[in-house]
Design a protein around this ligand. Structure first.
Ligand code: KIV
Length: 266
């Protein structure tokens, strides 16, 4: 297995023009699979509120839940950079609380960095966390924690004013000390312009191919979550169907006495 992925390595990729791969994972078995596949960054995303916990939004997810999942993921990972996602109300109140909670991801969760949804009013949080030597990724564009303010999960930066605000926000996040940007749900031309305008790497989700790297939610890629499916998702396998077939077969074999056979008995 290759050496551990570091923040400087991720930043070098931009200058070298080598793409960055990132996926979410929330527990030990999936984190092992993702890590063994050689993915560069594993994000313990607050998307777990939707794909694991069954909520309609990420808003109910707590800092303690995020630390619990980050710790499981960190225990599995030998290669990837692990990033913990700061949940709603873990950083909004003050810079001090943001630093304290970011620190928990490293100290208790074993992560190497944090990510937060950084609207312009949250840039001081990025600066405060970075000043505490905690690497921080700023999340721009469609910000799921702002679902009510946005009036739904809507593509951002579609008009010239919105695109300019995103570009300004990206530059300000870089100036505040973010080591990378996550750009979600913006037109590909806007993501391309941001990627060209900043010297830190950009990781896109629903932001086109011009970003320095790509991220997707693991349960979407695997076909484990089918309750809604935005245009940017590519399902590489239908695990839900495969698991359902196996579970049904087990049920049938118990019912008709085929399982356990002598082979599975002492
Ligand atoms: O929580 C999450 O999984 C995210 C996605 C945008 C990758 O932030």
């Amino acid at each position: 297995m290759a050496a551990r992925v570091t923040i400087p390595e991720i930043q070098r990729r931009k200058t070298e023009g080598r793409r960055i791969t990132m996926l979410t994972a929330y527990d030990y078995p999936f984190a092992r699979i993702v890590d063994d596949a050689g993915i560069d960054i594993i994000l313990v995303g607050d998307s777990l509120g939707i794909v694991l916990q069954g909520h309609a939004t990420t808003l109910p997810v707590t800092i303690d839940q995020m630390i619990y999942h980050t710790e499981m993921v960190s225990r599995a990972v030998k290669h990837a950079l692990v990033i913990g996602d700061m949940p709603f109300m873990s950083f909004q109140i003050s810079d001090d609380e943001a630093v304290r909670n970011a620190g928990r991801f490293l100290q208790e969760g074993g992560a190497a960095a944090v990510k937060l949804e950084s609207s312009p009013s949250m840039l001081s949080r990025v600066a405060a966390i970075a000043a505490a030597d905690i690497p921080v990724m700023a999340h721009l564009g469609l910000a799921p924690q702002s679902v009510h303010k946005m009036g739904g999960y809507k593509v951002q930066g579609r008009d010239a004013g919105g695109a300019q605000r995103l570009l300004d926000g990206a530059k300000r996040a870089e100036d505040a000390g973010a080591f990378a940007l996550l750009i979600e749900g913006v037109p590909m031309a806007v993501a391309r312009d941001i990627t060209r305008a900043v010297s830190i790497p950009t990781i896109g989700i629903g932001a086109g191919a011009a970003c320095d790297g790509q991220v997707i939610v693991l349960h979407d890629l695997l076909g484990l979550f089918d309750e809604f499916s935005p245009k940017f998702i590519k399902r590489y396998v239908n695990l839900r169907e495969i698991i359902s077939t196996a579970v049904t077969q087990y049920k049938d074999e118990v019912m008709n006495g085929q399982f356990p056979s002598e082979k599975e008995s002492y």
